[in-house]
Design a binder for this molecule. Structure first.
Ligand SMILES: [Zn+2]
Length: 252
């Protein structure tokens, strides 16, 4: 129990928050330990001011109380389906040297040159590459589909075959799509809420995700759903035309 309390930063003062991809780091002061929070599918971090109570009391796994127990504000980690996780690291330096060193560049800050270098290392489809956190960190299924639509790229295009202009338009599309989603508070499909309990408003802005059979907003052809990288993938056959495979069969 004392070890668990130490891992959860009990008694520590929080210095700052850092984020890389889908992971949030709560950093204790003076080079102290770090708590890494991954919300997964249904995780929520909820901040409650003094005297405020949670809209729902179920599925709360951790409750931190700031300052005086009787009067302090609190932070809750709530997770219905339990795909989220909380893991400790000894320090920010340790986290950067270990777990975060395996992640690709952060999607909101990635430069086209770094993205090109990452993508050149895999022959998998661009859809699979965008979902691979070791190639680029921070993109899930919704934003992968929206990004590829924005960039006019077929989801099955081999990642290493993208031309320089295609990588440039992809990296611009990633920033556009993610920044727009962040400004709208994220995408709430069912029950996602931010730290203040607000649902995201980005769902109304989605152009392809979960819209199979509906007309493409640009050309009007029905959007197609298929399974790519084991995930449902929605795209427009007209605006994201398939490219002939650049992989040549081996000879002799
Ligand atoms: Zn279209």
């Amino acid at each position: 129990m004392p070890r668990l309390r130490a891992m959860l930063l009990v008694g520590r003062r929080i210095e700052r928050l850092e984020r890389h991809g889908k992971q949030l780091a709560i950093v204790a002061e003076r080079g102290g330990p770090v708590l890494i929070v991954h919300l997964g599918m249904t995780g929520q971090l909820l901040y409650l001011a003094r005297g405020e109570s949670a809209a729902r009391e179920d599925h709360i796994h951790v409750r931190w109380i700031f300052g005086d127990e009787a009067q302090g504000a609190s932070l809750l980690f709530r997770d219905q389906r339990r795909f989220g996780r909380i893991t400790p690291a000894a320090s920010m330096a340790d986290l950067l040297a270990q777990e975060w060193s395996r992640l690709g560049p952060d999607a909101l800050r990635v430069r086209a040159a770094d993205l090109a270098a990452s993508l050149s290392r895999t022959t998998r489809s661009i859809k699979a590459a965008l979902l691979d956190q070791e190639i680029i960190a921070g993109i899930g299924n919704i934003y992968a589909d929206e990004t590829l639509y924005h960039a006019g790229l077929h989801p099955l295009t081999p990642a290493h075959s993208l031309t320089r202009p295609q990588v440039h338009s992809l990296s611009a599309a990633i920033r556009t799509v993610l920044n727009r989603a962040v400004r709208a508070g994220g995408t709430t499909l069912r029950d996602y809420v931010d730290g203040n309990g607000q649902a995201g408003k980005h769902r109304a802005n989605l152009l392809v995700y979960d819209r199979a059979g509906l007309p493409c907003p640009v050309c009007g052809k029905p959007l197609i759903a298929s399974v790519v990288a084991q995930r449902t993938t929605t795209f427009c056959h007209q605006c994201q035309p398939p490219v002939p495979s650049t992989i040549r069969p081996h000879r002799g």
